[in-house]
Design a protein around this ligand. Sequence first.
Ligand SMILES: NC(=O)c1ccc[n+]([C@@H]2O[C@H](COP(=O)([O-])OP(=O)(O)OC[C@H]3O[C@@H](n4cnc5c(N)ncnc54)[C@H](O)[C@@H]3O)[C@@H](O)[C@H]2O)c1
Ligand SMILES: [Fe+2]
Length: 415
Amino acid sequence: MHSLEQSLDKALIEDIVTRTVDELTPHGLFNFNAPRQTLMGEGAILRIGEMLGKLGVTHVLVVADRVVHEKGLMKSMERSLERAGIEFTIYPAITQEPDETVVASATDLLTRNKADFVLGFGGGSALDAAKAIALTGSSQSSLHQLAEPGFSGRRSVGLGAVPTTAGTGSEVTDISVIMRADRLHKFVIKNGDLMPDLAIVDPGLMLNLPPMVTAATGIDALTHAIEAYAARNSHPLAKALAICAIQSIAEALPVVVGNGRDQAARLTMSTSSYKAGLAFSNSGLGLVHAISHQIGPRYNLAHGIANGILLPYVMKFNALVCQREYAAIAHMLGVTHAGMTEREQCMASIDAVRQLLSDIGLPEDLAGTDIRRDDFNAIATEALTDVCIATNPRDVTEVDIVKLLEEACGTKKNL
Ligand SMILES: NC(=O)c1ccc[n+]([C@@H]2O[C@H](COP(=O)([O-])OP(=O)(O)OC[C@H]3O[C@@H](n4cnc5c(N)ncnc54)[C@H](O)[C@@H]3O)[C@@H](O)[C@H]2O)c1
Ligand SMILES: [Fe+2]
């Protein structure tokens, strides 16, 4: 009896030891989430009916950008769905960055039409609205519940994305950025089920994108790539995608801003935005996005414009801990030469980003906005609660953000 007890104890202790070792051994793991299927290239949209048919889809709710709809950019999709015998309802109500109200109004359409697939069609605004509608509508959860850390609503309808801008990468991310009803604050929902099942990326849909929108959205993609490359949680796969995107954006962005009908450059921007989106969705972002989510709504700045202004200032702040990463970025931006120290390369990357902003005609500081010094503390407090702050490579305090905003105000007087 005594020896049976002893052997039971021994087995129990062995079990505890192996469990503990098994718990502690894995480290540096990373998870990688991506759409199950992607079709990319000129004319890809003409295959949508075929692809959704194979998935057994019967009714698609298309959440679309109004301008994109009015410009007739959805005609090829409509023809393709009709040929495949798939019913669809177009909801072309996205006129600006989406808020809670627009999401709530379309959620009802999902059930009324018995749609089994939601397709976002447009820039990041339409895609984020579609993703939020698919998740809230089919999981019977509110946006607020979904935004709570740890709350996991499950999507039970299919989800697809057709981007018409090359910037947000929303077609390959598991996040949706939504404005509060007061349109003064944005919140970010991160949920594995926000990752689309299908991404259809057709650069032909972007040929008439105006130069200013092309520039702003392209800088958003560059910001994703730079923040993902240097992020605290970055990993080899995300870094590989990000660094590759940085190089191709630097080459193609000036070209598409100067000649929007350059098909090869539009394709390069679409693939770069896709790569940067995958990189940041799996590694996280940083301080640029944490602040931009606050100042964008407050001062009515487009997401890409706000990011572009902040990017060099945040890079300068983060340089303390990212010298090696920024030196590698300088290399990709083609601004290094033999004999440069790592520190010089790091600084050259920041100058190159400033030069790119100037070349493509984007503002380089907040001087043209309504920003006031009285707002700095509130912006800083809110930025510190943004989901993107956790992966910024350098620790950040409220004082740091206030100082950074002062610098980013540039020549603005009477703050
Ligand atoms: N989910 C994500 O991963 C993610 C990442 C970054 C940003 N975002 C969010 O995405 C939104 C911004 O998206 P965006 O930068 O793509 O801008 P957007 O979707 O707001 O579009 C910008 C403008 O371009 C127009 N437009 C779009 N496609 C066009 C085309 N092909 N031809 C002509 N005009 C066209 C739109 O009508 C709009 O006026 C913000 O809400 C931002 O917070 C989301
Ligand atoms: Fe962004």
